[in-house]
Design a protein around this ligand. Structure first.
Ligand code: SF4
Ligand code: FES
Length: 255
């Protein structure tokens, strides 16, 4: 297969970016999208040109590092699939493919297709954990948890922190990520004692990192490679209201 690639090249966050056209020739349809970029980069290096910088790590759909907007869609054309698990057979021979970094105020470009997504880490650092030492892993049935609750927590925990939800949102909001990470802990018994504090701190870190408010368009859910539901945003909003009431009634608990 042969493709024309229009790739965003940008030296750093302060430089002007632009699209540069490359040809990807003799691409095996079973190559992943990132393997195809590896081949293009090899050719650039052999020609003495700067390779295209892009983020990746596991290449197994687990880590959330791969972060490309392909033909206008975060993670490309396949539903519930990360960029690294997108294969070239998803495109037609001869296609022109546009490749851009995630576009969001809170994700400044570091170089080419790599953005700084540390704002997501700061949300986790604000409360996405249980601070008590819970010791070794208990027996599976030591703390009874109803199956529907365990299933909900498991679905929320599937978020890989890729940031595609932010790139798809017209307000650059990370509410789907935040809601998944907070709800995963909020609905389990181990996470409940710190629930109110967690919700308030994580939302504060979200706003401080420059993410916008939820746009209510559900564009985030449409592009999420893990199928995280916007139902978690509704749950988070309810938890946030309860946290605000609790803080108003018991301000000393939050000092
Ligand atoms: S909610 Fe989905 S799109 Fe957003 S960071 Fe998590 S896995 Fe990625
Ligand atoms: S490189 Fe890890 S999810 Fe794509």
């Amino acid at each position: 297969m042969n493709f024309t690639l229009k790739v965003w090249r940008q030296k750093d966050r302060h430089s002007q970016g632009r699209f540069v056209t490359y040809q990807a020739r003799n691409v095996n349809p079973n190559m992943s999208f990132l393997e195809m970029l590896d081949v293009v980069n090899n050719e650039l290096v052999l020609k003495g040109e700067e390779p295209i910088a892009f983020d990746h790590d596991c290449r197994e759909g687990i880590c959330g590092m791969c972060s490309l907007v392909i033909n206008g869609e975060p993670h490309g054309p396949e539903d519930r699939v990360t960029t690294c698990q997108t294969y070239m057979r998803s495109f037609r021979d001869g296609d022109t493919i546009t490749i851009e970094p995630y576009r969001a105020r809170a994700f400044p470009v570091i170089r080419d297709l790599i953005t700084d997504r540390s704002g997501l880490d700061r949300i986790i650092a604000a409360g996405g954990y249980i601070s008590a030492n819970v010791g070794a892993a208990p027996d599976a049935n030591a703390i009874p948890i109803p199956k529907p609750v365990a299933d909900l927590a498991f679905d929320a925990a599937a978020c890989i922190g890729c940031g595609a939800c932010v790139a798809a949102c017209k307000n650059g909001s990370a509410m789907l990520f935040l809601a998944a990470k907070a709800t995963h802990l909020n609905i389990l018994p181990q996470g409940k004692p710190e629930k109110h504090r967690r919700v308030l701190a994580m939302l504060q870190a979200h706003d401080a990192a420059g993410f916008g408010a939820c746009s209510n368009t559900t564009a985030c859910e449409a592009v999420c490679p893990k199928g995280i539901s916007t139902e978690y945003i509704s749950r988070f909003n309810r938890d946030h209201l309860l946290a605000q009431i609790s803080q108003a009634l018991h301000p000393t608990w939050f000092q």
